[in-house]
Design a protein around this ligand. Structure first.
Ligand code: FAD
Length: 286
């Protein structure tokens, strides 16, 4: 089923993100994890894609197992920063052969060696390409409530996002954020700029100190003082940090749902137990 149809029929939607294995020998344990998360019955699930090979091999396979074994619609991420046009076409063909109707079109992070594709510079080019060669696919894209780390300003980033959406995007999903006010301001400016597609709010339960450092560096998400207090108090106590992180994310979700968000998208970090605890806090609200 196409995500755009699910978003039209239901509000808010609940979706979970998982990542595929890096190596063949981890495939069956990651598949079990993804299926355990799918058993929580979200409206759909997304499966990430490694920009430079690696995990990209298994994205379509994990997505198709989720659909076949759990009957949960899946969206496969696809990056273009390190891919040729031919490789992108091959992935799109594989997705369609496996019955996957949804793709999250991404540029991907610039690799450390700086070597990038000569076929694509930005996700908007990938979106236009997918619309042309696989027009029946439902296309999602990424957005950044605090601005993409490379963008000179949020306003500039939103102007680029508008171009990407106009190239054929059906919905957008945000990078994680820790302060809902960032999301509400962003949404206001998006609508003002004429971006009208549904926006899914991405929330990550931070259960380990190391995750927060990575999130802040890679995603450009600024933790507010309230969150830093939890980190100060519980950062050295893994069990307490996990519980505090789950409660913090749950409170964010309660507020987002109360404010009529189109959908909430949870970065599960492949933790069915964490996804289940969060769901127990918001199940009735959904
Ligand atoms: P783009 O939309 O191309 O934007 C990248 C930058 O270029 C922005 O600063 C934008 O303002 C700027 N820009 C865009 N168009 C132009 C233009 N025409 N001229 C000048 N500047 C322009 N990464 C992975 O490797 N695998 C994944 O599975 C994955 N999943 C993700 C899921 C979500 C929901 C999100 C939010 C991110 C995900 N990422 C993933 C990370 C993502 O690949 C990086 O954030 C990447 O740096 C940007 O990708 P993008 O698709 O947003 O790029």
């Amino acid at each position: 089923m196409k995500i755009r149809e699910i978003l039209t029929a239901k509000r808010p939607t609940l979706s979970f993100e998982v990542f595929p294995p890096k190596k063949e020998d981890a495939f069956s344990s990651v598949e079990d994890t993804a299926l355990a998360i799918a058993s929580l019955k979200p409206d759909f699930m997304s499966v990430t894609y490694g920009a430079g090979g690696g995990t990209s091999r298994y994205t379509a396979e994990i997505a198709s197992r989720i659909q076949e074994k759990k009957k949960i619609p899946a969206i496969a991420h696809l990056t273009c920063v390190s891919s040729t046009r031919q490789q992108v076409h091959a992935v799109l063909k594989e997705l369609q052969e496996k019955g996957i109707e949804n793709v999250l079109a991404l540029r991907g992070d610039i690799p450390e060696d700086g070597i990038v594709s000569t076929d694509y510079r930005y996700a908007s080019e990938l979106v236009a390409e997918i619309r042309e060669v696989a027009p029946s696919l439902c296309i999602g894209a990424a957005c950044y409530p605090e601005g993409h780390p490379e963008a000179s300003s949020v306003r500039e980033d939103i102007a680029r996002l508008k171009e990407k959406v106009d190239a054929g995007v059906d919905f957008i999903t945000t990078q994680l954020f820790f302060d809902n006010e960032h999301f509400y301001h962003f949404l206001y400016h998006l609508r003002e700029a004429g971006v009208t597609v549904p926006v899914l709010a991405g929330v990550m339960p931070v259960t380990k100190t190391v995750q927060l450092r990575r999130a802040a560096r890679m995603a450009g998400a600024t933790p507010p003082k309230r969150f830093l207090t939890l980190l100060d108090r519980y950062g050295d106590n893994p069990a307490a940090m996990e519980q505090a992180g789950i409660i913090y994310a749950s409170e964010q979700l309660v507020d987002l749902i109360a404010n009529h968000v189109n959908g909430v998208h949870i970065y599960t970090m492949n933790r069915p137990d964490v996804a289940e605890k969060i769901l127990s806090h918001i199940r009735v609200l959904l």
